[in-house]
Design a protein around this ligand. Structure first.
Ligand SMILES: NC(=O)c1ccc[n+]([C@@H]2O[C@H](COP(=O)([O-])OP(=O)(O)OC[C@H]3O[C@@H](n4cnc5c(N)ncnc54)[C@H](OP(=O)(O)O)[C@@H]3O)[C@@H](O)[C@H]2O)c1
Length: 281
């Protein structure tokens, strides 16, 4: 799969964001695993992964350092997403945190910079800092993470219509956002970035997923990711630190799901019938 064939979606600013990338949570936490994690991110880039999701929280900066090392010496780079800790997300703290992230990754700009979850600083201050960072060219767009529908409504009153995305837990086994959050975001053309599309691996042993994957001719992981990608206005960032899985997961972008398979998946993993509070990992 070439980067050039990868679908992308439009952010409210007009910028394009790829629909697929690699996540990096749990990377950079252990010296013993570091070489393998770096190899996996490098391999993802070699294969054409067009986006990397990271955060200052992951490995206490260690994941961003791996991203920086994987990017070093490349002539093109993917779309970069990183996140600020809520306790750093004050007016000046956000700017300082972003500068540290840029330094760890050896970059001049983060394409999409997110508030990791709500709490800590007042979001007015965080948004003010985001605007400042954008004016200075240090970030392309900004957004939020783990915001439920009410949080998004609050944000909408404060962000001058500029929140580019909301990164939340969304996968076949956790479909709560479909009830209200996702429709609210779709109405405003704000893409939802689905994290843990494999439910951190928990989905992969489900008998229904395995059976349907065999019918489709793909692996259970590919089916789980392809289902997320089949949802309009949704992008996703599965994480793996092994070469085979990095390749396997990318294969999901080429899996097409028929209406029958989608209906079978709905039967096995039903959509929500009412409001469910947003889950968070
Ligand atoms: N904003 C937030 O609060 C938040 C929260 C959670 C996650 N995220 C982001 O979203 C990314 C993805 O979520 P996640 O890492 O929680 O979970 P995930 O992508 O659903 O699953 C990752 C887990 O599944 C395993 N795995 C990956 N591909 C596999 C495959 N093809 N077959 C079998 N096992 C496979 C990985 O192990 P190996 O690495 O050993 O392959 C890892 O243990 C994160 O890395 C992070 O960037 C954001």
């Amino acid at each position: 799969m070439s980067v050039f064939l990868m679908r992308s979606c439009k952010l409210p600013s007009g910028a394009e964001m790829p629909v697929f990338g690699i996540g990096t949570w749990r990377m950079g936490e252990s010296a013993r695993r570091r070489a393998q994690e770096l190899d996996a991110v490098r391999y993802a880039l070699d294969l054409g992964y067009p986006m990397i999701d990271t955060a200052e929280m992951y490995g206490d900066g260690g994941a961003e350092e791996i991203v920086g090392e994987a990017l070093a010496g490349r002539s093109t780079r993917p779309f970069i997403v990183s996140k600020v800790y809520p306790h750093n997300a004050t007016r000046s703290g956000t700017v300082a945190a972003c500068e540290r992230s840029l330094q760890r990754m050896g970059l001049e700009r983060i394409d999409l910079y997110l508030l990791h979850w709500r709490g800590g600083a007042r979001i007015e201050e965080t948004f003010e800092a985001f605007h400042r960072l954008r004016t200075a060219g240090k970030i392309g767009d900004f957004g939020v993470s783990n915001f439920d529908a009410d949080d998004m409504k609050d944000a909408a009153g404060l962000d001058k219509g500029q929140t580019a995305s909301n990164q939340v837990l969304y996968c076949l086994s956790r479909r709560g956002p479909e009830f209200d959050l996702l429709p609210w975001m779709r109405k405003r053309s704000i893409p939802l970035m689905a994290y843990s599309p494999l439910d951190q691996g928990g989905l992969l042993g489900k008998a229904a997923l395995k059976k349907l994957a065999t019918e489709v001719g793909c692996t259970p992981a590919q089916l789980a990711i392809a289902w997320v990608l089949a949802q309009p206005g949704v992008v996703t960032i599965p994480k793996s630190s092994t070469r085979e899985r990095v390749k396997e997961n990318l294969g999901a972008v080429e899996v097409t799901l028929t209406p029958r398979i989608l209906a079978e998946l709905d039967r096995a993993f039903p959509p929500p019938k009412g409001k469910q509070a947003l889950e968070m990992l």
